[in-house]
Design a protein around this ligand. Sequence first.
Ligand code: HEC
Length: 138
Amino acid sequence: MARMATCVFLLFGRLVWASDSLPPLAQVAGSPQQGERIFVEREAGHCVLCHQVQGLDAPFQGNLGPDLTGVGSRLSAAQIRLRVVDASRLNPDTIMPPYYRSAGLEQVATDYRGQTVLSAEQIEHLVAWLATLEQSGG
Ligand code: HEC
């Protein structure tokens, strides 16, 4: 029994590892301008709670997560999308909330059950903006 569980775990781990990226969630191309707004606004993504981006016009930027300055040079749009949708697919212990996963979420208020934190369009806006963040030489 324990052996079987280990096999299942290994297989699952492999699948998780194998998919490092995700194709677009919505038909409409994301807008970088809207993405930047969603990143900052408390009522939307409020990603600045944990992340900072150099040059971003936001009064408070947290550092619980990695600095996302130049993230578009490090990761493809599809890789960024996977991390915003559900970072726990890569790191099961991550503190980053899954923004587009409704199944398996515990302690979700009844009104929000079955819904995702952000819409597919909002995710695409965020990805569009983050993908434009390139590392500048100096
Ligand atoms: C509660 C803190 C927290 C919030 C809120 C948060 N993140 Fe994260 N994020 C993290 C942490 C921590 C990581 C590092 C991944 C890990 O834990 O394995 C991360 C990783 C990432 C990465 C991958 C960065 C890299 O260099 O690999 C991206 C992209 C990202 N976050 C985008 C976002 C966006 C967009 C939002 C808002 C919708 C957001 N995050 C909200 C904590 C957070």
